[in-house]
Design a protein around this ligand. Structure first.
Ligand SMILES: CC(C)(COP(=O)(O)OP(=O)(O)OC[C@H]1O[C@@H](n2cnc3c(N)ncnc32)[C@H](O)[C@@H]1OP(=O)(O)O)[C@@H](O)C(=O)NCCC(=O)NCCS
Length: 168
């Protein structure tokens, strides 16, 4: 039985490993390599993840992890971007563990956290063409509300994300 809990300092290597492997399993076909390398360097080194373990409410509520039989198999994080408005910033699973409900458990946890801070709506950005994520969000009640340039994408890289929305 999986449980979701706040991440601890000793979860840093698991979070780095999961995000790095999930990136490699998800994005090489749809995003330029240079962009991916920059995102990993900016967010998923041990140093960067360690800095973001702790919550800094309301903007960042800290990494959460899904753990099963003593193994960390997924991670997620969210926060508020404006009063009443929440966002799921990160959600990645160990690639071999997709499709068993762990993503839903993590999403429920983030939803609960932002609701407790007064959010009545929730947003998430997913890269255009990410068929490992868009159907998941749509199965959980999100609808596509528009597109924006992917965070950190240079103009010439031309990477775009769907913005998806749901009331909570
Ligand atoms: C997105 C992700 C976190 C979802 O977690 P998950 O544990 O695989 O999803 P769940 O098993 O909880 O699935 C929930 C629902 O979404 C559907 N779903 C999930 N992934 C799907 C896919 N690739 N295609 C179609 N439907 C999918 C499931 O069928 C299920 O629907 P149901 O309620 O009708 O049964 C996970 O697949 C993942 O890590 N993907 C790769 C990384 C990524 O893209 N992260 C998001 C970046 S924005």
């Amino acid at each position: 039985m999986a449980e979701v809990r706040a991440a601890r300092e000793d979860d840093v290597p698991s979070i780095v490993g999961i995000c790095t492997r999930a990136y490699a399993a998800t994005y090489p076909q749809i995003l330029p390599a240079g962009y991916l390398d920059r995102m990993i360097a900016e967010f998923y080194t041990s140093e960067q993840v360690a800095k973001r373990i702790a919550p800094a409410p309301p903007d960042w509520l800290g990494y959460q992890v899904a753990e099963q039989d003593g193994r960390v198999l997924g991670t997620a994080a969210g926060g508020l971007t404006a009063p009443g408005v929440g966002e799921l910033f990160v959600i990645y699973l160990e690639p071999s563990e997709r499709g068993q409900g762990l993503g839903s458990l993590l999403l429920d946890r983030i939803t609960e956290q932002i609701r407790e801070l007064g959010a009545t709506e929730m947003w998430v950005a997913a890269v255009v063409g990410n068929e490992l994520a868009l159907p998941f969000y749509e199965a959980r009640g999100f609808t596509r509300a528009g597109k924006r340039r992917a965070a950190g994408s240079r103009e010439e890289e031309n990477a775009w994300s769907w913005l998806l929305h749901r009331p909570i």
